[in-house]
Design a protein around this ligand. Structure first.
Ligand code: PXG
Length: 441
């Protein structure tokens, strides 16, 4: 006798093991996307879906951009692949120069990877190697933050702060890691527009960890300027500045994970510029290619890079990937940066932010809404959990938005929104009106 869920099983959906997805639930009621253009997806059954999360925070210029498609096709015709070790190709150098040009001053070297997770692990490895290269071999400790998401590599989950992503592997995490507290403080900051006023002092947690572990044991601190995956946590005013000062005081490297905040989502090309705080290393991915070819990068300061360029001739860093600076990814990234610049997308979020903020905060007072927070073209609506069923309300809202033709992102009972930066005001209104209708039930 087939169980109820087996009765609905479609054999052609069996082999694929979906990431971060309840597979059995999904396969009993799949949501299949088939086509995308501009601000929309179309499902396999032909429904149009407004993309409220830029795919997964990555399609910054909207879907199906011809300039990028053409550049990728041309690159595939010209040279499909080139080995990145002991070899180079011109678009890798061009892209590195372009990234250094738009990056915060001082971040002028680029190491290429294929994803955000690889960027994070690469940045952590560079930080550890930097200290060792300088003869500071005791600096082996890494500091992350609770509620952080830094991808799924062993480095990333070790400094990350999401319990579910760590639990299964708790015996295999990096040994010398500690965590700052997260900055979410709804009791003082609920319904803040932009940066919250309370919580800069949470950066002093780093002083506490320095006192506990000794500065001479700490290599680096990694934070997302705005934590995305765990429900959009905006940094309190003064918090990032304070972290930077404490790092400087104690010779600790500061890493910003800008996998989500990079490429215009906050209103400046990078959150570092938006918040006026420059890290020593910065991790990127997602919007780097407008999401259409996997690629990541680590931007590195002149000082950190320079430390590796002394000493005996030879390989300075024993690290890299078969697909580092893949020519097709480089072509996609160069074309994407071209689109971003021509259309002003790296700063368009700043222009749209007031409208976005108004639309988001109009949800205040609707049933179950505990908090609304926003920055640039990012927003989150935190809902009250159903008693005894954390995440159930969030998932229900996500599903009902999808049924009404709007894609949002759900983490537990928080709904996150961050559309392609090319969104129009009327589409912003439609996004929030749909969410509002769903919440009103
Ligand atoms: N750092 C940050 C800050 C991220 O947001 C990664 C690293 C890892 O990137 P890759 O390319 O390895 O996935 C991310 C990824 C969500 C969600 O629900 C966000 C991400 C991934 C999956 C889901 O918001 N961000």
């Amino acid at each position: 006798m087939a169980t109820p869920s087996e009765a609905f099983r479609r054999p052609e959906l069996e082999a694929y093991w979906l990431p971060f997805t309840p597979n059995r639930q999904f396969k009993s009621s799949p949501r299949l996307l088939e086509r995308a253009a501009g601000m929309y997806y179309w499902t396999a059954d032909g429904r149009q879906i407004l993309d409220g999360v830029a795919g997964l925070w990555c399609v910054n210029a909207g879907h199906g951009r011809r300039e990028i498609t053409a550049a990728v096709a041309a690159q595939l015709e010209t040279m499909d692949y080139a080995p990145p070790f002991q070899m180079g190709h011109t678009s890798a150098f061009r892209l590195a120069n372009e990234l250094a040009r738009i990056a915060p001053a001082g971040l002028d070297h680029v190491f290429f990877t294929n994803s955000g997770s690889e960027s994070v692990d690469t940045a952590l490895k560079i930080a550890l190697a930097y200290h060792r290269t300088r003869g500071d071999a005791t600096r082996t400790r890494l500091i992350g933050r609770e509620r952080a998401y830094h991808g799924v590599g062993f480095g990333g989950i070790s400094v990350g702060g999401i319990a579910a992503n760590r639990r299964m592997w708790s015996g295999a995490l990096l040994p010398a890691v500690d965590h700052l507290r997260d900055t979410h403080d709804p009791a003082r900051n609920a319904f803040t527009r932009g940066q919250p006023s309370h919580g800069a002092e949470l950066a002093d947690e780093l002083e506490r960890l320095v006192a506990l572990h000794d500065a001479a044991s700490i290599a680096a601190v990694i934070v997302e300027p705005i934590a995305g995956s765990t429900g959009v946590l905006i940094p309190p005013r003064g918090y990032l500045e304070r972290l930077r000062k404490i790092c400087d005081r104690h010779g600790i490297l500061l890493i910003f994970d800008e996998v989500i905040t990079g490429f215009g989502r906050t209103g400046a090309p990078f959150a570092a510029q938006e918040f006026g705080v420059t890290p020593d290393l910065m991790t990127l991915a997602k919007g780097l290619t407008n999401g259409c070819v996997p690629m990541g990068a680590v931007l590195v300061s002149h000082a950190v890079h320079d430390a590796f360029m002394h000493g005996p001739e030879g390989i300075e860093l024993f690290h890299g990937y078969t697909y580092s600076a893949h020519p097709v990814a480089c072509a996609a990234a160069l074309a994407a940066l071209g689109v971003y610049e021509r259309e002003g997308l790296l700063t368009r979020a700043r222009t749209l932010a007031p409208h976005w903020e108004q639309a988001a905060h109009a949800l205040r007072g609707l049933p179950h809404v505990l908090d609304v927070r926003n920055y640039g073209l990012i927003a989150a609506v935190e809902l009250a959990a159903l008693p005894g069923k954390p995440g159930a309300r969030g998932f229900d809202v996500y599903l009902r938005c999808f049924e009404r033709g709007v894609l949002v992102r759900q983490t537990a009972d928080t709904i996150a929104l961050s559309p392609p930066l090319s969104i129009e005001r009327a589409q912003i209104d439609l996004l929030f009106e749909t969410l509002s209708a769903v919440l009103r039930g």
